[in-house]
Design a protein around this ligand. Structure first.
Ligand SMILES: [Zn+2]
Length: 98
């Protein structure tokens, strides 16, 4: 059973404990990658084009409940209120780390 993934204005919330920020996500992804191999043989993925992505299970890191997440709207204005005024570090506004 696939789990619904949040859209740009949404996020997951654990129905059991209310966790909004920590999840273990098991997903199946089909992607095409541009792999750049240097002369020593070390490979680096420089770009990744996701062709299909399906979230199979989401486990709450707080209470351990599996697939008890619901998609809820993000709080209004959270993008603007996010620590952007104090010169946030690169990547801090990506919404991944909270
Ligand atoms: Zn939970």
């Amino acid at each position: 059973m696939a789990v619904a993934t949040p859209g740009p204005d949404e996020r997951w919330r654990c129905r059991q404990c209310g966790n909004l920020t920590r999840f273990d996500v098991t997903r199946t992804t089909r992607a095409t990658e541009f792999v750049h191999v240097d002369l020593a043989g070390d490979a680096v993925v420089e770009s990744r084009d996701v062709l299909a992505d399906s979230v199979e299970h989401v486990t709450c890191r707080w209470c351990g409940t599996v697939d008890a997440v619901e998609v809820v709207p993000r709080p209004a204005g959270s993008q603007a209120a996010r620590r952007t005024s104090s010169g946030a570090a690169p990547g801090a506004a990506s919404g991944v780390a909270e």
